[in-house]
Design a protein around this ligand. Structure first.
Ligand code: SAH
Ligand code: F3S
Length: 483
């Protein structure tokens, strides 16, 4: 039923509908929070609104429309956006016609509630509604607030060429799929981003090719769980593909593109194009993916493989679908096929029911794997998730913090050891730009994704250089260009 206070505009079946109204001269301010996927989505939004006549500005004070592409993964992420909205109050006082919109996961999670709680917000647009933004903006022009939080089973924005915002011209993200079907019990993403769906591989390869042709030298293929990427030209959703695959003939099967196939396709565009991907899921990362990496030198030697916990009890309650031994076995396989492959991870401390023994298991797993890098978080209960419904958020905050600090301290040591192992070796580095600390230094990454800083010399962003590493911190390698 339509809420009379807002206009709910349904998603069209396919493209169109973007060239709406005359917005030329109007300025768009767009700020992104959260994961790489959100930053990638913002490039889609920028493309849609640039087609609708908007020009971008980095200054909210001179904008006509200010959009925040938001994250709901932890409460802290949502609080940051609330504070930003507080700051926008004064901007709106001076500029009453400024249109303020909330995009992304907070929009999807809170829907009309957000309009009620944050009076200055005019637009609420969920992750599958961006084609409708020009229409939603028109609606606001006519004096009504506008909301679209309809999730789609098909939308992949496959035909939209992202506008690269604040890019370095060397590295870019490409979304290969949307949504997530993996119901990890702590996670809000399946609710805010909807069902998993894969993007047509031809459009992915085209996008990567055109990036290469315009000077880009690295693409990161993005998905919540890239290993479950699956595409068939005639069949839509993954579920249909799996159902049909059982009775399909050989020709049909050959038409199905899985993640290892996609990786191979992108890697063969040009050996000078580096390929990365994120995120791999321990239950789903297959031997084929590992073998394809080995076949192509330009697929980077780095796998981000979130473990979350080293305890089987906790993993079970998290509904991750694998055990500690399974995870360790995947790591062993990766290291045996691709020697020197970096492995990074995500860890959550203080999940429901986590004991001191569980924490010890997490620390011992970290030690055993020797992660090169990790993102580490305190558990933050998200309303409506299976964990919020089923388990008590019973680890006191100070214990969550204490455990987080232990995990961070251990990772600091492991990261330093990882970088120390790289000192004295020669690294092929793709130059990305000036170092933050000094404009006489450049920085880039080696294939393992370690940041390498070195004196500028004659090289420029987009070049590959050989750097001999002569020093390091836990975060960075330093060195000199040779040859
Ligand atoms: N598959 C995704 C995961 C997205 S969330 C990907 O592409 O990376 C990123 C990380 O946030 C998760 O791996 C998890 O470690 C953390 N996270 C998710 N929900 C959380 C919660 N409720 N509290 C704390 N950390 C959380
Ligand atoms: Fe979240 Fe698990 Fe998917 S962490 S994004 S439900 S893989």
């Amino acid at each position: 039923m339509e809420n009379p206070a807002y206009n709910i505009i349904s998603n069209p079946g396919k493209p169109e509908g973007t060239k709406t109204g005359n917005n030329s001269g109007k300025k768009l301010f767009l700020e992104s929070y959260g994961c790489q996927m959100n930053f990638s989505d913002s490039e889609i939004v920028a493309s849609i609104l640039s087609d609708a006549g908007f020009t971008a500005t980095g200054n909210v004070h001179e904008s006509d429309v200010a959009l925040l592409n938001t994250c709901s993964i932890r409460d802290h992420a949502e609080q940051r956006v609330r504070h930003r909205l507080d700051e926008f109050q004064s901007v709106k006082k001076r500029k009453p016609h400024l249109v303020i919109g909330i995009l992304g996961c907070m929009a999807e999670r809170l829907k009309t509630k957000l309009l009620e709680e944050e009076k200055i917000v005019d637009i609420i647009a969920g992750p599958d509604s961006y084609r409708q933004l020009p229409l939603l903006l028109k609606q606001v022009e006519s004096g009504r607030k506008a909301i679209n939080t309809i999730l789609s089973a098909e939308e992949t924005y496959a035909d939209i060429t992202p506008v690269r915002i604040n890019g370095n011209g060397v590295t870019a993200f490409i979304s290969i799929m949307r949504g997530c079907d993996n119901m990890c019990s702590f996670c809000v993403v399946p609710f805010t981003r909807g069902r998993e769906r894969s993007r047509n591989p031809e459009t992915i390869v085209e996008e990567a090719k055109s990036l290469f042709d315009t000077g880009y030298r690295e693409v990161t293929l993005l998905g919540q769980n890239v290993d479950s990427y699956l595409w068939h030209p005639l069949l839509g959703t993954k579920k249909e593909i799996i159902k049909e695959k059982a009775n399909a003939d050989a020709e049909d099967k050959a038409d199905t593109v899985g993640f290892p196939d996609l990786l191979g396709l992108v890697a063969t565009i040009n050996p000078l194009l580096r390929v990365r991907f994120s995120t791999s899921y321990p239950k789903d990362i297959s031997d084929e993916v590992i073998n394809v990496m080995m076949k192509h030198e330009n697929i980077c030697r780095h796998i981000h493989l979130p473990v979350q916990s080293g305890s089987d009890d906790v993993l079970m309650r998290m509904n991750r679908g694998y055990t500690r031994d399974w995870y360790l076995d995947r790591v062993k396989k990766i290291r045996s096929v691709i020697p020197g492959c970096a492995i990074s991870t995500d860890i959550i401390t203080g999940f429901c029911g986590e004991t001191e023994d569980d924490q010890i298991m997490t620390l011992s797993l970290m030690d055993e794997v020797r992660f090169d890098f990790a993102y580490m978080f305190k558990y933050s209960e998200r309303p409506g998730t299976p964990a919020a419904k089923k388990y008590k958020d019973d680890v006191p905050d100070e214990i969550k913090t204490k455990r987080l600090q232990e995990v961070i301290a251990l990772q600091q040591k492991l990261s330093l050891e990882s970088n120390r192992r790289a000192v004295g070796k020669i690294h092929k580095v793709l130059v990305e730009g000036k170092s933050k600390r000094s404009d006489k230094h450049l920085f880039g990454r080696n294939t393992q994704n370690a940041v390498v800083v070195f004196p500028e010399g004659t090289c420029k962003p987009g070049d590959y250089v050989n750097v001999i590493a002569d020093g390091c911190t836990a975060a960075t390698l330093t060195g000199k260009v040779i040859g």
